[in-house]
Design a protein around this ligand. Structure first.
Ligand SMILES: Cc1ncc(COP(=O)(O)O)c(C=O)c1O
Length: 494
């Protein structure tokens, strides 16, 4: 095997707020999984899958460590700062508490950890063969979340969201889905707790991805294309454009409307909100330990951003270490040029959905009426960015770039043909950015450590690969006029 990672098979280290642990490692030297034991065992050659693995015990809340606190969300009608009770028709109490918490660490319930064990800890893999293909001195690592049952990072939050709903006796939840990854994750989580699940899937991806719909149905969920005739919000859009490809903003409106109209139904969101980003920090917490055990420190950390949850999940714990002065990586978000909320949007209060039903959030936005072109990365077609990421971006702790989809798929093909995994269209953005960085290293001779978020596999996204392989993929151009028209309709707050 050409991999040359060397580390002690029984390494002790100290983690933040954690006892000394002992890490044992897979014999596959380019894939690192942890298992912690509080007492060292004599047999250190045990496969990590064969001993009880330890998953982070807490989620990390970056708000506690920020020098300036993020602006509060506002009530959509009165524009007054939102009160916790304003959210109670949508979310269970514990999730509302997490949404507004400034505690640094929040305990992960044992039942949730137990389910996380089905796929966590996820592997951190060195992309040695990609490095070789690119002939770069850079060392490229990826944290792979595609090993979850739904094939992405989304179950990391679907499971706790459904668990807290179940604890409160909720029987029905509704949601939207863009790529279908979130809808299938929620359907999976609901099937574990016997909760009914109804999903509004953005029309473009409903048509492109019939197997995502079947996955959701297999886990027992009901799936509707969005815009639909089932809601006022959907009917309004269909009246204006009967062949609307839909958008996450429209699908959110439909699901929120259903939750607001039905007392026995709550709403779940797959990204954007503080509690969603919080749940995803299990990714970064694990990864810090994995990098530490390898003796590596990332110079650049890269992730794709739709609403921002996989990016935040990997990066926020590293930003904590950066704020402590322990490390100083560049943190880089990558968005599609067809939906560039961070790089071309404005930082302003805007609605999270098209029909203006959600609270107003201060975020980078292209305007809640912006309907992105139907790029293949359906999960990145959101007009806004998580308020927490927007705030961290404004504070200067990270940067952002945008990349068109053909370059992303060129990167994905290189990745698939060197590393074997076929990425979902969303993380192809992270891969393309990592390749750019690695090629810069080739020119400069620097051997930087590049860490990227590989947040899901693309096994149900093969029509996108078919388009690319047939040479039929196009770069959907970004329209300044379309964005200006949409920005003209964001609320003007004094
Ligand atoms: C695989 C995958 N990656 C990324 C995203 C984007 O969401 P987020 O920015 O919240 O990670 C999605 C959203 O559906 C997704 O399915």
């Amino acid at each position: 095997m050409s991999q040359s990672l060397s580390f002690s098979p029984n390494l002790s280290f100290k983690g933040e707020g954690q006892k000394h642990g002992y890490a044992s490692f897979s014999s596959n030297a380019n894939q690192l999984k942890f298992s912690f034991r509080h007492k060292p065992k004599t047999n250190t050659s045990v496969s990590p899958c064969a001993v009880a693995t330890e998953i982070p015990t807490h989620w990390y809340n970056i708000i506690a460590d920020l020098p300036i606190k993020p602006p509060p969300p506002l009530h959509p009608k009165t524009f007054a700062p939102l009160q916790p009770q304003d959210l109670s028709h949508l979310f269970p109490d514990e999730l509302i508490k997490q949404e507004t918490s400034s505690e640094q660490f929040i305990v992960i319930p044992d039942e949730v950890v137990d389910i996380y064990r089905l796929w966590r800890p996820t592997p951190l893999i060195r992309a040695k063969r990609l490095e070789k293909l690119l002939d770069t001195p850079a060392r490229i690592y990826y944290k792979y979340e595609g090993v979850s049952p739904a094939g992405s990072h989304k179950p990391n939050t679907a499971v706790p969201q459904v668990w807290y709903n179940a604890q409160q006796g909720v029987k029905n939840v509704v949601t939207e889905t863009g790529a279908g990854q979130w809808g299938s994750s929620l359907a999976f989580a609901c099937s574990l707790f016997g909760i009914n699940c109804e999903v509004w899937q953005v029309r473009a991806s409903y048509d492109q991805k019939p197997y995502r719909k079947l996955m959701m149905q297999t886990w027992g969920a009901k799936v509707h294309p969005s815009p639909s005739n089932l809601t006022e919000s959907g009917r309004k859009i269909l009246k204006m454009d009967p062949s609307s490809p839909g958008s996450l903003g429209i699908a959110i409106s439909e699901a929120v409307e259903m939750a607001a109209l039905n007392e026995d139904t709550k709403y779940c969101l797959g990204s954007v909100l503080n509690h969603v980003l919080l749940h995803q920090t299990v990714i970064g917490e694990e990864c810090i330990k994995q990098m530490e055990a390898l003796g590596e420190t990332p110079d650049v950390i890269i992730g794709c951003t739709g609403g921002g949850s996989n990016f935040a999940g990997l990066c926020f714990p590293f930003i904590r270490e950066k704020l402590k002065g322990k490390i100083n990586p560049l943190i880089r978000a990558v968005e599609p040029t067809a939906c560039p909320s961070l790089t071309k949007g404005v930082y302003a209060y805007d609605y999270g959905d098209t029909a203006q039903l959600t609270p107003l959030m201060k975020m980078h936005t292209l305007g809640h009426e912006f309907i992105p072109d139907p790029i293949h990365a359906g999960g990145l077609r959101y007009h806004g960015m998580a308020p927490l990421i927007s705030h961290v971006y404004e504070l200067g702790f990270m940067e952002a770039i945008s990349i068109p989809q053909i370059e992303c798929f060129q990167g994905a093909i290189k990745f698939a043909r060197s590393e074997g995994l076929i990425p979902a269209p969303e993380p192809t953005h992270a891969i393309a950015a990592a390749i750019r960085e690695a090629l810069h290293c080739k020119e400069s001779g620097e051997s930087k450590v590049i860490l990227m978020a590989m947040c899901g596999h693309g096994h149900f996204d093969l029509p996108a690969y078919e388009k690319y392989l047939q040479g039929a993929m196009v770069d959907l151009s970004f329209s300044e006029d379309k964005i200006q028209a949409s920005l003209a309709n964001i609320p003007q707050l004094s």
